[in-house]
Structures are given as C-alpha cells and as structure tokens.
Design a protein around this ligand. Structure first.
Ligand SMILES: Nc1ncnc2c1ncn2[C@@H]1O[C@H](COP(=O)(O)OP(=O)(O)OP(=O)(O)O)[C@@H](O)[C@H]1O
Ligand SMILES: [Mg+2]
Length: 577
C-alpha cells in the first residue's frame, strides 16, 4: 500500500479486502505495476457496498471514484470497447471483472472467449488475463472441469465459457458478463441470445438497492451486424487506438501492426474503426434496385422458390437438437427494357422440423403471386368486383433446394409426394465464392426489391416509403452485409439468394438469351381473350391476359395462400372476383 494507506481504517478488513482495494487503487489512481488509462476505467456503477466501506477513506470522501462517476451511468447496461490491437482490451476486461466481483460479494460473472484455448490461455491465464489481474490473496479457488471457474475470497464466482459451445450458457445465471473478442466468436447469435437470457440476476446490495446486470464486450471490430446493432442501440461505446498503449507493447508487435497504417485494415486493426458493413459487403445494398410502390408490378414470366434447409450435421447440435433456421426466398423473373430482371417476392426464416419443412415446401409451390389493379371493364349494373380484372395469378415454376445434407432428403421426400424440385449443387464453392459468382447480377442492375407502401394520411392514397419493403429486411440485411463467415448472426438467406440468382443467371442472363426478348415498343399483335380463358392451360392464360402497360392506380404485389384449397390447378383464377 502506498501513502494513502495511512488514511484508511484497516479494522475489519481481511487480507482479501486489502489486496483487492490495493489492486483497485493501483488501477484507478496510479502506482506500480499498472494504471488504467482514462478510457480503460469503466464507469459503470458506484462502489457502495457496506462490507467494504470499512476500508474506505476515513473522511469518507469519494475522490478515488470521482473520475469514473463523472462519465455518468450507463442506461443500457452494455458497454462496448472497440479498439485497435494491443490497446489493452483484455487487460481492461479483466480489471473490470475483478472490480465487479470484488465490489459485489457473492455475485456471479460470466466470461466468454472465442475458443476454449483463448479462454484458458488469454482470458484466465494470459499475461493480461484474470489470474494476472486479481491479486493472489483474493483468490480462494480455481477449478477446471474442464471450463475454468474462479471463486474469490468474498464468495463471488467467475465462470468461463467458450463461444464454440453456446449451450453451456443456457442454464446458469449471472449479473455481470464480459465477452472478449466478440467479433471472432463462433456461434455469435446463439451466444448472445443465451447471454441475454442468462444475465438476469440484479445484485442486491446491503442497503437494499439493486445493481442491474451489466455486460462488457471488448473487441477489435470487424464489419458485422452485431456491432452495428449494439452501437445503434446506444450502448456505452469506448474507442481507442493501438498507439495509446505503445509504451506497454513489444517493439516487434508494434512494428508489425503499424505497417497497416493508412490502409483499410489499419483503420480497423489499429484505430478500432467499425468499417461500413455495406461498403465491405460482397453485394452492396446500393446495387439493389427498388421497384416503386406506385408502379404496376411487372408480369412475372417465371417464379422460383429457393430454400436453404437446416439439419446438416454441422448445424445440428446433438445435445439440444437445436438447428439453424430454414430460410426461403421467392423470386420472380420479368422482362424490363428488353432484358430479364429478377424481383424478390417473398422471404422468411423459420425453425421447422422435417415434416413441417416438407409441408411448407409444398405450400410455397402453391402460393399464388400476381398483382391486382383496376378492373379493365367495369360492369355497369352488377357488382363492380365481378368485372374482368387484368390480374396475374401465377404459381412458382421452380423449387430450388441445395443438393446437400438435409436438402437431399427433403428433395427425395418431396419427390415421393409428387413435388419436383431442382437440385442446386454448389460444388466446393463456399458462401463467399458463391456470393462473388453472382455479384455481377445486382451490379448490372438486374435485381429488384419492392418499395415499402404506406397510406398517405391526407389523400388516403397508397404511397411509397422510399425504402425497401419491411418484410424484405431480413434478407437484404443478411445479403448486403455478408463479407465472410460470422459477419451476420444468420446467413441462411445468403444461400437462398445466391442459388436463386445463379439459376436466374444461367437460365435467363447468360449470353444470347437476353437478345431474344422482342422489342415491346414495336407494334405487337394483340392477344384476343378467348371466350373461355379458363379452358386454357395456365401459361397460355398469362399470355392472353398480359398487357405490357399497366392501367389504373392500385398495384399491389399479391401473394395468396388462402384460396389454394378451393382452387385446383386447372380451375378458375385468371379472373378475379
Ligand atoms: N494500462 C496499462 N498499463 C500497463 N500495461 C497495460 C495497460 N493496458 C494494457 N497493458 C498491457 O499491454 C499489453 C496488451 O494488452 P492486452 O493484451 O490487454 O491488449 P488487447 O487489446 O487485448 O490485445 P489483442 O488485440 O492482442 O487482444 C499487455 O501486456 C497488457 O498487460
Ligand atoms: Mg486481447
């Protein structure tokens, strides 16, 4: 203890108390061997625990803690430290855990590292880790079974977890959580969900007041949705660069990392900058085109349903029987300006068992897409809804399922039940390669997403929102942030999208095909509706009803599932009403 010890009442303090206080004093107010830089002292909650008040300054002033309190409280209970390599993230996390566990006797803290090896080698036993940070007299017990669990002199427990096994986080509860290097976590989405569920004990202090759960994430950022979302939520954000900690870094390490100065990697690795996700994504959001809400929805020549099924060995957790969600997207091919284009018509993600998956796949193939607009001929006397409507009603033509893992069994089962499907074989190409292989399509402006619609309050008319339809967010967010494994919590739609685009590219865009589309601005032979269009097969009906220019005002992309039961495939449908 240094000079301040003379002003401290040592009565009633145990060796653990004293060692803890000394470590806290060194970190917050200076002295050998470490002193946290201002950014490294995390101002979360005030230290007010009664039991330790015995070792507070006699004059009871709080000057030791003033600096931390100035920064205010943290309403979200989450702090994100996003800084360059070697800034001291691990050290800071360990110091924070030491402080929380020391201040709140009997509290539980969970600590998560990317792998088991990191957990032991960096977070618990590393030079910046917990064992190097928590003074020996404060440690009552450290066990490995095989995950590390540290019990402190005051009864607080610090449990270690690896992001590779998120299910271990499911049962035990905690008040404090520290996640180190979150941007390198393996099962990020599951880990974060389990952390959020398990961080649910508010700590009751002696005076009866509660300390709410607090989470600290420390990482050198990678462009990923998770970090973007945290920052958007307004968590307490601490930023810092490698240069700040230069004094404590090895020369070689410093030379190695600073050679990236001035580059994109340098912005991220040295300055802890979160690079624009959409900028680094393989498929950029700005490449997608928005189909205006007040434009007639085009006539779809061909509709594809693309599914990414879960249940592979890799995504199946044998302990919990948990799977990744199955994802599905539906795409319509249409002619526009004498070229083939593709529009997103529907997308969803769902956790489905095999029987439900089979049923869902069959149902998707019976859904009807089209648009609804004003009646072309309004009957003068009868109900106007009985009129002849220019209205496409089309079922999907192709079901694309990846020829891999559960996709194979799904296809076999569907085949037995009379539903054919197209096996998509990606070969050895991984997600990244597949995304690159189709990125020329959005880049060339071939991919469309419908604009969102809302009712204008004053005019009552349907107007566009200026953004992509909300229902498409799940897909657009995934596809347009994906830059490699782990960049989005789920990336199932990257597969449904790239395989649909691939088939679209091969069937409609590859050389030559484009040129076959006739110029619609030239006079066209007019199709005359036959006396009884219902007698025609579905595809011919489309040709009879197709008008290149839309008329009327109300255009709406319509998906109709409900009518399926009473509508056999050769039945009515070309007429509305
Ligand atoms: N305030 C400090 N005072 C003294 N040494 C410090 C301080 N902060 C960090 N260090 C030391 O700097 C080195 C790097 O710290 P640490 O390992 O915590 O950085 P990091 O940001 O986690 O690095 P990486 O990006 O490699 O994970 C360690 O040796 C650590 O003990
Ligand atoms: Mg570290």
């Amino acid at each position: 203890m240094s000079d301040t010890s003379s002003t401290i009442d040592l009565q009633g303090a145990s060796t653990g108390d004293l060692a803890f206080l000394d470590a806290e004093r060194q970190w917050t107010s200076g002295g050998w061997p470490v002193q946290g830089r201002n950014h490294q002292k995390i101002p979360l909650d005030r230290w007010l625990d009664d039991r330790l008040s015995a070792v507070r300054r006699k004059d009871d002033d709080d000057s030791l803690w003033d600096e931390r309190e100035e920064d205010g409280t943290n309403p979200t209970g989450v702090c994100l430290i996003m800084s360059g390599r070697g800034w001291g993230k691990t050290k800071t996390g360990a110091q924070w855990v030491r402080r929380q566990a020391g201040m709140y006797p009997g509290s539980i803290t969970h600590v998560i590292a990317p792998t088991y090896a990191d957990l032991r080698g960096v977070v618990f036993e590393g030079p910046s880790g917990l064992m190097a940070t928590i003074p020996a007299p404060c440690v009552r017990n450290l066990t490995y079974s095989p995950y590390p669990e540290l019990t402190l002199w005051n009864g607080s427990v610090i449990r270690g977890f690896s992001s590779e096994t998120p299910d271990r986080l499911r049962g035990p509860q905690a008040t404090f959580v520290w996640g180190d290097e979150v941007s390198s976590w393996y099962k990020l989405a599951e880990c974060v969900a389990n952390i959020d569920f398990s961080t649910r004990i508010a700590f009751r202090k002696r005076d009866g007041t509660l300390v709410q759960p607090q989470k600290l994430y420390t990482t050198t950022p990678k462009p990923m949705q998770f970090l973007n979302d945290l920052i958007k939520k307004g968590v307490r954000l601490v930023r810092g660069s490698t240069y700040e900690n230069r004094a404590n870094l090895a020369e070689d390490f410093f030379r190695e990392v600073t050679q990236y100065e001035g580059t994109q990697i340098g912005r991220q690795e040295l300055h802890g900058e979160l690079l624009d996700i959409t900028e680094s994504a393989i498929i950029k959001k700005s490449w997608l085109r928005m189909w205006p809400a007040n434009e007639p929805v085009p006539w779809f020549e061909y509709i594809m349903v693309s599914m990414d099924t879960a249940f592979t060995e890799k995504t199946f957790d044998k302990k919990t029987f948990a799977t990744d969600p199955t994802a599905c997207s539906v795409w319509g091919v249409f002619k526009w300006e004498q070229r083939w284009h593709l529009m997103l018509l529907e997308c969803w993600e769902d956790w489905l068992g095999f029987p439900q998956l089979v049923a869902r796949a069959k149902r998707e193939m019976k859904a009807i897409y089209g648009h609804r607009e004003e009646a072309m001929f309004k009957p003068m006397v009868k109900d106007p809804h009985q009129g002849f409507l220019h209205h496409q009603q089309k079922k999907p033509d192709l079901l694309i399922i990846e020829e891999k893992g559960s996709g194979i069994s799904l296809r076999q089962q569907l085949d037995k039940e009379g539903q054919s499907s197209w096996p998509y074989n990606p070969g050895n190409a991984d997600k990244v390669a597949r995304a690159h292989a189709v990125s020329h399509l959005p880049h060339a402006g071939r991919i469309w997403v419908p604009e969102g619609r809302r009712k204008d309050r004053t005019t009552g008319k349907i107007v566009g929102t200026g953004n992509f339809s909300e229902w498409s967010d799940v897909l657009v967010d995934q596809v347009c942030t994906y830059s490699g494994p782990g960049t989005t919590p789920h990336d199932d739609h990257v597969d449904t999208t790239t395989q649909a685009w691939r088939v679209f590219g091969d069937m409609f865009v590859s050389e030559g095909l484009d040129k076959k589309i006739p110029d619609t601005s030239q006079p066209q032979p007019q199709g005359v509706p036959p006396a009884d269009p219902t007698s025609l097969v579905e595809d011919q009906r489309h040709d009879y009803l197709y008008q290149p220019e839309g008329r009327g005002e109300r255009f709406e992309l319509v998906r109709n599932d409900e009518r399926l039961t009473d509508m056999p495939s050769t039945g009515r449908g070309a007429y509305d009403g």
